[in-house]
Design a binder for this molecule. Structure first.
Ligand code: SIN
Length: 490
């Protein structure tokens, strides 16, 4: 993409929908309220959008319920074709979608572009899965009859998406829901709703019938999600976000036993053994840490490096991070945009200050950048004290603490000493150690000599307090299907 101009920014902002999407209509909030969307790199308001009310949320669920039966009867091939067309449109419009995302979320344009590709891959993957929903036929073990299973759409869903990947975290829920024959209400994050509204417009253009997808934007998330969680028509809730909010939603879901998928927080350890290919470990470590400005639940949260290579690893990681360009995401060559808001930047700064107060050495960074916008410098810390908060807390920012270990058992114990269990990264050239450590780590995903695991064709998801349920891969659609067993007497 050529350099972004102010005219480009105005054009994509003007073209983006700013209203609620309910039953195939763009609507203002029922009380006329609006909510401002901030550019995190300038702290200025980009635009205002509808601030949905509880009544609007119920109207969205009404619209979803009205068309649930008809949508469930739509031939799977037709559902797949709509997704396929969505995939194509997303890629045709990738430049504008990426710019819109950068404006509201802050990440560099190149990263927004990658996210649009990643997001569209979920749509393509599930366009292919729509026609692969099957069941079983078997003979009763006692020979007296037949056992059949069939899979049916679970029903209307509530999909709650985060601000860090405004489009991809939506498509990996919307794709399988559409493919399975479910209707839905999507509640995007308050900070980044424009990308989701733009996606809704594209899906309409791709032929998605009115009412299948509804989008409610709001400044008070729980005011619009709570009435839906308490509505007997809602059959499924999928959430990506923090563990505390996930626990609160689980409590609400327990009242009506709503089926949940939970993609929650992480605290990914990145283990580098003494036999690792250090070039690969550094290169992949930069990806694992700096993708999305570190604002990812799969970001490497802490590096545990064997004591014999730790100094070299830390020095090389420092060289890479110190060279990264920190700038507004629309600027040519920007590699590190602002954090999402002041609260997030302050949290990152506090975690760094805590570590430094407990003896950590700042190899690079360790400070805010600029007077405007929520920028924080790429940071490497060494000499980490075991009681530093950032070894336990999800940093969600561009900060790499490098701790050391001396034995394999010590590395495994350090990696597992967290309530989270989303992902881990392991760097070793010893195949036996690779499998030993892989089996010993309590995580739902593992990157073996790789710093990136995310892939639409693979089951994304964690264990422990990182949540449950899988998104992507053949498993992803199962979250939106219920299995009916039929006992047949012949
Ligand atoms: C997340 O941060 O929530 C997901 C990141 C990914 O899908 O790679």
């Amino acid at each position: 993409m050529a350099s972004v101009t102010a005219a480009d920014e105005k054009r994509v902002l003007d073209a983006a929908p700013h209203q609620l999407w309910i039953g195939g209509e763009w609507r203002d909030a029922s009380n006329g309220a609006t909510l401002g969307i901030e550019d995190p790199s300038t702290e200025e308001t980009l635009c205002t959008i509808a601030d949905g009310t509880p009544d609007d949320a119920v109207a969205a669920l009404d619209a979803a319920c009205d068309v649930q039966d008809e949508w469930a009867q739509t031939p799977p091939r037709d559902r797949g074709e709509i997704l396929r067309r969505t995939f194509e449109l997303m890629n045709e419009r990738a430049d504008d979608l990426a710019l819109l995302m950068t404006l509201e979320m802050g990440k560099p344009i190149a990263e927004s572009k990658s996210e649009i590709v990643y997001a569209s891959e979920f749509i393509r993957w599930f366009s292919e899965q729509a026609v692969r929903i099957d069941g079983r036929y078997s003979v009763n073990p006692n020979g007296s009859g037949r056992l059949l299973t069939m899979k049916q759409p679970i029903g209307p869903c509530l999909l709650i998406t985060p601000w860090n990947f405004p489009t991809a975290m939506g498509t990996r829920k919307i794709g399988p829901a559409v493919a399975a024959g479910c209707t839905m209400v999507v509640k995007p994050a308050q900070q980044t709703p424009l990308s989701m509204l733009a996606l809704a417009a594209i899906m309409k253009e791709a032929g998605l019938p009115d009412g299948v997808l509804n989008v409610i934007t709001s400044s008070k998330a729980s005011s619009v999600t709570e009435p839906l969680m308490d509505d007997p028509r809602l059959r499924k809730m999928s959430f990506t976000g923090s563990t505390p909010i996930g626990k609160m939603l689980m409590e609400q879901a327990s009242k009506r036993l709503i089926k949940c998928s939970m993609e929650l927080g992480g605290n990914a350890p990145f283990l580098v053994f003494d036999d690792a290919d250090l070039d690969a470990a550094v290169e992949q470590g930069v990806i694992a840490k700096m993708r999305n400005i570190g604002e990812s639940c799969v970001a490497a949260n802490r590096f545990h490096v064997h004591e014999s290579v730790a100094d070299e690893f830390a020095a090389r990681l420092t060289e890479k991070l110190a060279a990264m360009k920190v700038a507004r995401g629309t600027e040519d060559g920007s590699q590190v945009g602002p954090l999402i808001d002041g609260k997030q930047r302050d949290k990152v700064a506090e975690l760094v200050d805590d570590a430094v107060g407990k003896g950590a050495k700042v190899m690079t960074g360790g400070e805010r950048v600029g007077d405007k916008g929520y920028f924080y410098a790429p940071t490497v810390l060494s000499d980490i004290s075991p009681d530093a908060e950032l070894l336990r807390e999800e940093i969600f920012g561009p900060v790499a603490p490098v701790a050391t270990f001396s034995t394999e058992d010590e590395a495994i114990a350090a990696a597992n000493s967290t309530e989270f269990g989303l992902v881990a990264y392991v760097f070793t050239r010893d195949i036996k150690r690779a499998f030993r450590v892989t089996e010993a780590l309590d995580v739902g995903m593992l990157g073996l000599n790789r710093g990136l695991v995310s892939n639409a064709a693979a089951p994304f998801g964690g264990i422990k307090e990182s949540g449950f349920g899988k998104e992507g891969g053949p498993e992803g659609i199962e979250e939106y299907l219920s299995t009916k067993y039929v006992a047949v007497d012949l």
